[in-house]
Write a protein that binds this ligand. Structure first.
Ligand SMILES: Cc1ncc(COP(=O)(O)O)c(C=O)c1O
Length: 459
């Protein structure tokens, strides 16, 4: 049975009858029918109407090496025939997670040498929450269990992920978060800086909201701070340069562990293997997923620093935690080969030295002057465009979020997949994008903005 035997409308009808989608208003979706993406190659995806769409989101922040990599399919095929599955419980292991863990220890910051595998970013954060609390219990401080996160953070969709995250609409549907998680302000200068406040002053103020939360709880009660180096789903919020070093200083001062959620930023997106390096910090743990396999198979890796790992090992006792697919042999084989491709093609260096700076410059030169745009910003191959009604006052269109959706729909109709989150347009393309691809994307963005401006006139 292949999908080619079905028409688009048949597939949409079956989709509507049986398939519940993530983060979707199903009544609305069923009114219009799902866009059916049927194949992809390199930097492009293709829908069932034959439209070619430049993928500005790398799938969902994950397809780093682009689509159609035969060697990833081949390595999965070979591994499936040799050993499709075996677990890592009960004192067993299989070769590919062993070798992938070794590779991750090689590319991770130098104080990180241990890896716990799962299948998604949410699972990785779930594990981090469990491990950090277990760590302090092993250290004889079970009351040191509070975790500080930030409003509008996204850490996934499991109960722990939603609780760690700072999305109020998600908390609202949870019916009560995991206890002892508090949220402080995000480093989002575009909306939160006071008039006339410098970037540096804002960066310090945002970081010190963490210190305030630590002091309020009492340092003996605070286990860790968790943050995305760049807040992705919240709108590609890039902190001022002094924010992360100050966060590190505060965490060290109060003996609070620093956990980075690099589910988006890991494996090259900011121009280093990990954004920890880009931000100039040494975290105790890093959660990763997505680009680890370029999305070809589900896989996540929690990178555990020496401090936590040595307590876990030396104090002994079972850590009652794990997943059937922890260290899945096929996903790990794909992960290994994917990292080899990133290395062989020099994608991390290319983002750092060439495409990343060019992307930032092109957004600034070609997009930021548009009447609908309040600001553009980028770090590596992550970018944001703030949509405003008035460039000088930064007033937004009402209702909130309505204008960005107009821009997004024009972008997709003109062959560029972009995402709108609130009033922010975001981009996170495959790391294989070249200067030419960036030029192509910018042309499409300008066109989408012009068309949206015409639609929004008078609103
Ligand atoms: C920063 C961050 N953390 C965690 C997650 C959750 O990952 P997953 O959807 O694989 O569970 C995401 C997903 O986008 C993310 O952006």
């Amino acid at each position: 049975m292949t999908y080619q035997n079905y028409s688009l409308s048949q597939l949409q009808a079956i989709d509507a009858a049986h398939h519940l989608h993530p983060f979707t208003d199903h009544r609305e979706l069923r009114g219009v029918g799902a866009r059916m993406i049927v194949r992809a190659d390199g930097a492009f995806i293709y829908d069932s109407d034959g439209n070619e769409i430049l993928d500005g989101m790398a799938g969902l922040w994950c397809v780093a090496v682009g689509y159609g990599r035969e060697e990833l399919a081949k390595v999965a095929y070979d591994q499936m025939l040799e050993l499709p599955y075996y677990n890592s419980f009960f004192k067993c292991s299989t070769p590919t997670p062993v070798l992938l863990a070794q590779k991750l220890a090689e590319i991770a910051p130098k104080s990180i040498n241990q890896v716990f595998f799962g299948s998604s970013g949410s699972e990785s954060n779930d594990t981090a929450l469990r491990l950090v609390r277990h760590y302090w219990t092993l250290e004889g401080k079970p009351q040191k269990n509070r975790i500080i996160s930030r409003h509008n953070a996204y850490h996934g969709s499991t109960v722990a992920g939603v609780s760690l995250g700072g999305m109020e609409h998600m908390h609202g549907q949870l019916g009560g978060p995991v206890p002892n998680i508090v949220h402080v302000m995000p480093p989002y200068a575009f909306e939160l800086a006071e008039p006339g406040e410098s970037d540096d002053a804002f960066g310090l103020r945002a970081a010190r909201s963490i210190e305030d939360a630590i002091i309020e709880a009492g340092p003996d009660n605070v286990a860790a701070f968790i943050g995305e180096p760049v807040m992705g789903a919240g709108g590609v919020k890039i902190a001022p340069g002094n924010y992360w070093p100050e966060v590190q200083r505060i965490c060290r001062k109060y003996d609070v562990l620093l956990m980075l959620d690099e589910v988006i930023t890991g494996y090259g997106r900011t121009g280093n293997w990990f954004a920890a390096e880009t931000c100039g910090v040494e975290p105790d743990m890093i959660t990763t997923a997505k680009a680890l396999t370029s999305g070809y198979l589900p896989l996540s890796a929690l990178l555990v620093g020496d401090r936590v790992a040595s307590t876990l090992v030396e104090k002994g006792g079972e850590f009652h935690h794990g997943y059937t697919y922890s260290g899945h042999p096929v996903a790990c084989a794909v992960g290994l080969r994917n990292l080899e491709i990133i290395e062989r093609e020099g994608l991390v260096e290319r983002v750092r030295n060439d495409t990343g700076p060019y992307f930032e410059q092109q957004l600034a030169e070609r997009i930021s002057g548009h009447p609908l745009v309040g600001e553009t910003r980028a770090l590596g191959l992550m970018g944001a465009i703030e949509i405003v009604r008035d460039k000088t006052t930064r007033e937004r269109y009402l209702p909130a979020g309505s204008a960005a959706v107009v821009v997004r729909d024009h972008a997709i109709a003109n062959g560029l997949m972009m995402r709108a989150t609130g009033d922010t347009m975001i981009l996170s393309p495959p790391l294989i994008w070249t200067r030419d691809t960036i030029d192509l994307a910018c042309g499409k963005i300008v066109k989408a903005l012009d068309l949206a401006l015409a639609d929004l006139r008078g609103k």
